[in-house]
Design a protein around this ligand. Structure first.
Ligand SMILES: *Cc1c(COP(=O)(O)O)cnc(C)c1O
Length: 390
């Protein structure tokens, strides 16, 4: 008999009932250090008092009105995102995939509005992940995610990341945009070279192609900068963000320059829930935290300490771990053992990791993790490595 919840996940045999900071407490009494943060969502820890207070205060006032009316808290959040980025305008969504869809639609509409509707194709990259809607699985290009769902949504051309000549060769008169994660998450924490992102920016400028960054996972302070592309010193024309933007409340956004958004006029796009007052209250509370340069500086310091300790772990267990890579608090442990084995044994030892492509186990701890929580998690991870060394 099919499970009441559609069985599209192989779930761990655990249910959590409470969280605090980087700790999670299960219904059976077990306690875990959460190095996964709900896949880079709970970046400010579980039950963050500032976020909880913002949600509770809004819950007493107003939940939903529809985008038929102005939503002042949304206008405020959009202004704050704009002030802290390349963007001039923002569309609010409920998830990452929707934000990426909005980005793709914005790019296609830009060219159509200029009389070039034939420019609709998007260049994407091997190892990419952009979500699970029909368009975003086509953008990601992973055969396993496309299999059985009919003809792939047309208009995506995939090339090897890091190879600017391959990108140049893929450009045609029909190319509308280049879509890339500055740091691939699901693909195995692969950091794009700053020189590659700079070369993409130049190529796009030369050819009138729009550059879209998918910062759904690597954005919102995860890498130690508000947005990962800041490390490369280039800006996109359009950007999708989500995950940590709501700190656990479902919230995504598509940011764009005024020019890139020039086709997105009244009636061009919409959402029932996107940007509703509950989501906007939490989003503004998240901005209160990440807008502070001192917060990001602390994230970089914590990330430095964590990476150093992980490098020592790699040295101590060369049979289990091959290396550590990533940027800031977006960390990948490249494994010698199957990554699923490491995440399973780590789980048994009481520390949560997240699997990724290229045999990598991801560490995406809350950006607010304390020294105690970090050390406890590392101790448990070391125990897991010892078990796997046999
Ligand atoms: C998680 C993720 C998405 C999809 O987000 P959903 O909220 O699951 O739709 C898109 N792009 C990247 C880079 C992601 O990590």
């Amino acid at each position: 008999m099919i499970a009441p919840v559609m069985p599209t996940y192989n779930r761990y045999p655990v249910a959590f009932e409470r969280g605090e900071g980087a700790r999670l407490y299960a219904t059976d009494g077990r306690e875990f250090i959460d190095f996964g943060a709900g896949i880079a969502v709970n970046s400010f820890g579980h039950a963050n008092p500032h976020l909880v207070a913002a949600l509770k205060a809004q819950a007493d006032k107003l939940w939903h009105t529809s985008n038929l009316y102005r939503i002042p808290e949304g206008e405020r959040l959009a202004e704050r995102l704009i002030r802290n980025s390349f963007a001039d305008t923002v569309f609010f969504n409920n998830s990452g995939a929707e934000a990426v869809e909005t980005a793709i639609k914005t790019a296609r509409k830009f060219h159509a509005a200029r009389g070039n509707p034939e420019r609709y194709r998007v260049i994407t990259f091997e190892g990419a992940f952009h979500g699970r809607t029909l368009a975003t699985i086509a953008a990601g290009g992973k055969p396993q995610y496309l299999d059985g769902f009919g003809p792939a949504c047309p208009g995506f051309d995939q090339v090897e990341p890091g190879d600017i000549e391959a990108v140049r060769a893929a450009v045609t008169r029909e190319t509308a945009a280049v879509l890339i994660e500055p740091v691939q998450g699901e693909g195995g924490i692969r950091v794009m070279e700053p020189s590659f992102l700079q070369a993409l920016r130049e190529l796009c400028d030369e050819t009138g192609i729009l550059l879209i960054f998918d910062e759904v996972q690597c954005g919102m302070g995860r890498t130690g900068r508000l947005f990962a592309h800041e490390w490369a010193g280039v800006t996109p024309d359009i950007m999708a963000i989500a995950k940590a933007l709501g700190g656990g409340f479902p919230l995504g956004a598509c940011l764009a320059t005024e020019e890139a958004a020039s086709g997105m006029t009244a009636g061009a796009h919409g959402s029932t829930f996107g940007g509703n007052p509950l989501a906007m209250a939490v989003g503004n509370a998240v901005m209160d935290i990440v807008e502070d340069p001192a917060f990001l500086e602390k994230v970089r310091a914590r990330a430095g300490a964590l990476n150093q300790k992980l490098a020592a772990l790699v040295d101590a267990f060369p049979d289990v771990l091959e290396g550590v890579r990533g940027q800031g608090m977006m960390i990948g442990l490249k494994c010698h053992v199957p990554n699923t084995e490491l995440t399973r044994v780590a789980f048994e030892e009481g520390v949560l990791l997240v699997g990724a492509g290229d045999n990598v186990a991801r560490l995406l701890p809350p950006l607010t993790i304390s020294d105690d929580e970090m050390d406890e998690g590392l101790t448990r991870l070391e125990r897991a490595c010892r078990t796997l060394t046999g």
